[in-house]
Design a protein around this ligand. Structure first.
Ligand code: G3H
Ligand code: 13P
Ligand code: ZN
Length: 330
């Protein structure tokens, strides 16, 4: 058993409290490799933002959980070396079993998500309560989920949203003891969040996705005032990256994300954690494809991973400064 406290990590309790009072959201960036982690740390140190390093079970399989733990510890030390001791959380994204959450806690994670949203309500409550009981013994914070996002959550694919039912949140929060709650208000995972026929077109013919259900968010806030809310599936899917990918040999179709304006509005509410993975994947792929096209003679991975890291850093800085509002809050 390794305590996250020995690694210099923090749980999410204090940073969420500050985010709610300060009306901003803390970024939760997924990572799988060193370049992504370097970009996240550099961006958050330079902008003085707290950060949640998010690891999916797929990332855990890909990168190895022991390595990930030392990488997170390395991130804390690297941030200090860069001149700023920012709060760093190591969080399990979409944990689906008690055993997985327990194992992550034993490996030094400071926060876990138990995603029981695909189970019937009572099973979700029971599973989440069990994880909370274990996690709180070690002062690890727990995120639960009510409502199902459309799209892919690891191996689980949901065709349609099941919006969170606000009538359930008080009961869920009090029975489980969770520290934060992910809700479904129309976001979804991946780079294809909406089909073109779900969208309208603006005056320039650009597709405009259906707005998020802020009415549900407001009703949730009314029922559990000041409780930390989490938004998954919150990538914006910038047309800039999609175009670079497609003009350099890629074949992305109908890539549509959440407009930044709506994320800004969410960040000012009780939403205090915003999950971003796909935007990073797009920025990285765009940089690598463009570099390959411009320099077909290059074969040293540093020649294409270096630009990918720079593009990622620029993206993360943009998120914390202009979308989430967490810059300067570390
Ligand atoms: O919510 C899903 C995240 O984007 C993680 O994706 O399971 O492919 O690592 P992944
Ligand atoms: P995106 O696919 O929109 O980046 O969402 C990521 C996420 O919610 C990770 O849990
Ligand atoms: Zn998610």
């Amino acid at each position: 058993m390794v305590s996250y406290k020995e690694l210099g990590l923090v749980n999410s309790r204090e940073i969420f409290k500050k985010a709610i009072t300060g009306q901003y959201a803390v970024p939760a960036f997924n990572f799988n490799d060193m370049e992504q982690l370097q970009a996240i740390v550099q961006a958050c140190v330079e902008e003085s933002s707290p950060v949640i390093l998010q690891v999916s079970s797929g990332a855990r399989k890909y990168a190895n959980q022991t390595l990930l733990r030392y990488m997170a510890q390395g991130a804390v030390e690297y941030a200090k070396e860069l001149g700023k001791n920012i709060p760093v959380v190591l969080h399990l994204d979409h944990g689906d079993t008690f055993e997985l959450c327990k194992s992550c806690i034993e490996y030094g994670f400071s926060s876990v998500m138990i995603d029981g949203s695909h189970h019937p309500y009572n099973e979700n409550v029971e599973l989440t309560r069990k994880v909370v009981e274990y996690a709180h013994k070690y002062d690890v914070t727990v995120e639960g989920e009510l409502g199902v996002l459309a799209g892919i959550e690891d191996e689980v694919v949901a065709e349609h949203h099941t919006y969170t039912q606000p009538e359930e949140v008080e009961d869920f929060v009090s029975k489980t003891g969770v520290d934060s709650l992910a809700i479904s208000i129309g976001t979804s995972h991946g780079a294809n969040k909406f089909k073109p026929d779900q969208c309208t077109r603006d005056a320039n013919g650009v597709l405009v996705p259906p707005p998020l259900r802020f009415d549900i968010l407001e009703e949730v806030e009314r029922r559990i005032p000041g409780f930390p809310i989490v938004l998954h599936g919150a990538s914006s899917v910038s047309p800039k990256y999609v175009e670079i990918i497609n003009t350099n040999g890629g074949k992305l179709k109908d890539a549509i994300g959440i407009p930044e304006e709506q994320l800004r509005r969410a960040a000012k509410s009780a939403v205090c954690k915003i999950n971003i993975d796909s935007d990073g994947r797009l920025a990285m792929t765009a940089a690598i494809r463009q570099t390959f096209n411009e320099h077909p003679e290059w074969f040293d991975p540093r020649q294409y991973l270096g630009p990918a890291r720079e593009w990622l850093k620029e993206l993360y800085k943009h998120k914390v400064v202009s979308v989430l509002g967490s810059a300067g809050k570390a």
